[in-house]
Design a protein around this ligand. Structure first.
Ligand code: BES
Ligand code: MN
Ligand code: ZN
Length: 488
């Protein structure tokens, strides 16, 4: 897939398909579109009228044209002009790319307006929308896909925006890595193959990499992480990757991802409607973390970034951690296991203690942590918790500009009360209600004083239906927000 900027007028465009955006409020044809309409003897105005096309966002019409340099003309509604945001452009570009594929156009022209008087930002959003939408995972299919592949997209009026296109390419390469990791089943991506991926990534992009083996984790007293890992036949891997800029870093941060390659629930087995068959996605936080690493290593910001995940699976065997067991995390705190299915917070506890010791300016963790967060916010929105409002706002701003839906949740420390244990420092679950909040408050016990935020991404890591630029399956949620935040 190649994306480039061209300055041809619509009438002169040559390719298989031409996709044009039109605003809802005026439905007025631009000068360029008027010229095209004239050349096509009024066909453009005619189909707009006939199809009762109003320019609403999400609506579109397509027609075959004759005597032009292109065969298919597609017109897409942009909604109201004063409401146009980068995210709307990203979505419409994604839908244009999918329409081109449906209409069997190998090469397309895309005509969209500049948003916020920011041509570079606009081009980045268009390119992201196109690439993210056309992503197709064929790794596990034995037969080749015979469908048309869109080979190139020309962004009309955007000559000289190569840097923005390259930035989008890089960010999408990170999103694709996250999608591939999350969508790969647990018999393909396990702790060992996940670590192999990290070794490969570090080699390709010259990143520092430390992989702590089980014995190393034992030496660091990571009893919570190792408690979870006990019933797996596959050795746990604690992965620490580092991107260092040349020169003094402007800031130093750590990104921590929950890396459960599979979550059976353990002895509190996931039964009934608890979606055990979806639990290959329980490393979505780690997927986003290393997807972001791939992008950041190529974008080379003047920020030092640590990428961390304690990778294992939550399984069952004679050595499995039992309900009632007491584990000791690497900061010395003891945890009474009330439910072996609340395992993510255990692996994160030791990851956060480790990250905290790095002396970074800020830590953000991403985790498919609770079903409660999905109940609260649905499948499309992640939850954000932080004791530090200013830090939460930075992440909210990054999410907003990347178009990833994120909602600030209350960091209610008094809920720790329900996690008090008569025999240990805390239980690993709290009251039946507010489960996403208690999970966040649990994590805080493993942070000393570093600025920290937690994102529960259990909902948006996966989508059951193709929507705008997210094809059915793993979304790669988090990568774009993380990259945006690190670069800010
Ligand atoms: N990985 C799950 C959370 C999850 C649930 C992610 C559904 C995606 C979809 C997590 O480890 C878990 O099992 N959480 C429990 C916590 C409970 C035992 C306190 C949950 O949410 O039920
Ligand atoms: Mn679980
Ligand atoms: Zn889990």
């Amino acid at each position: 897939m190649k994306i480039l900027g061209i300055n041809d007028s619509l009438v002169d465009f040559s390719g298989e398909g031409l996709a044009i955006g039109l605003f809802e409020d005026t439905l007025e044809l631009t000068e360029d579109l008027k010229a095209l309409d004239a050349k096509l003897s009024g066909l453009v105005s005619e189909i707009i009228k006939e199809a009762d096309f109003k320019g609403k966002s999400g609506s579109s019409i397509a027609t075959r044209v004759m005597g032009m340099g292109f065969k298919k003309l597609m017109i897409f509604g942009l909604g109201k002009s004063d409401k146009l945001k980068f995210e709307a452009i990203r979505k419409v570009a994604g839908n244009m790319a999918k329409a081109a594929r449906r209409e069997k156009c190998k090469t397309i022209g895309v005509s969209l307006p500049v948003v916020n008087s920011n041509p570079a930002g606009t081009v980045q959003a268009i390119a992201e929308g196109i690439e993210l939408a056309l992503y197709k995972d064929m790794r596990f299919k034995s037969e080749k896909d015979e469908n048309t592949v869109v080979e190139s997209a020309s962004l009309i009026g955007f000559v000289g925006q190569e840097a923005a296109i390259e930035k989008a390419n890089i960010i999408c390469s990170g999103v694709f890595l996250a999608r591939e990791l999350v969508a790969a089943p647990a018999n393909v991506i396990d702790s060992v193959t996940f670590a192999d991926m990290a070794i490969e990534l570090a080699k390709t992009y010259s990143l520092e990499l430390k992989i702590l083996e089980k014995a190393d984790c034992e030496a660091l007293n990571m009893g919570a992480f190792l408690g979870v890992a006990r019933a797996s036949d596959i050795p746990p891997k604690f992965i620490h990757m580092i991107y260092k800029p040349t020169g003094t870093p402007r800031k130093r941060v750590a990104i921590v991802g929950k890396g459960l390659t599979f979550d059976s629930g353990g002895l509190n087995l996931k039964v009934g409607a608890s979606s055990i068959e979806m639990m290959k996605t329980d490393m979505g936080g780690a997927g986003a973390t290393f997807g972001a690493a791939k992008a950041i290593a190529q974008l080379k910001p003047d920020v030092e970034v640590h990428f961390i995940s304690a990778v294992t699976e939550n399984m069952i065997n004679g050595n499995a951690m039992r309900p009632g067991d007491i584990l000791t995390a690497s900061n010395g705190k003891t945890i009474e296991i009330m439910n072996t299915d609340a395992e993510g917070r255990l692996t994160l506890a030791d990851s956060l203690v480790y990250a905290d010791k790095l002396g970074v300016d800020a830590i953000v963790d991403l985790a498919t942590l609770t079903g409660a967060c999905v109940v609260a916010l649905g499948n499309d929105i992640a939850g954000l918790w932080s004791p530090d409002d200013a830090f939460a706002d930075q992440l909210m701003a990054a999410a907003e500009s990347s178009g990833e839906k994120l909602w600030k949740m209350p960091f209610e420390e008094s809920y720790f009360e329900s996690m008090k244990s008569p025999i240990a420092d805390m239980k690993n679950i709290g009251a039946r209600t507010g489960g996403a909040i208690t999970a966040a408050v649990f994590l805080k016990q493993y942070i000393k004083d570093t600025t920290w935020a937690h994102m529960d991404v259990a909902g948006p890591v996966w989508t059951d239906k193709d929507k705008d630029y997210n094809p059915t399956g793993a979304t790669g949620y988090g990568v774009r927000t993380l990259v945006d935040w690190v670069l800010a």
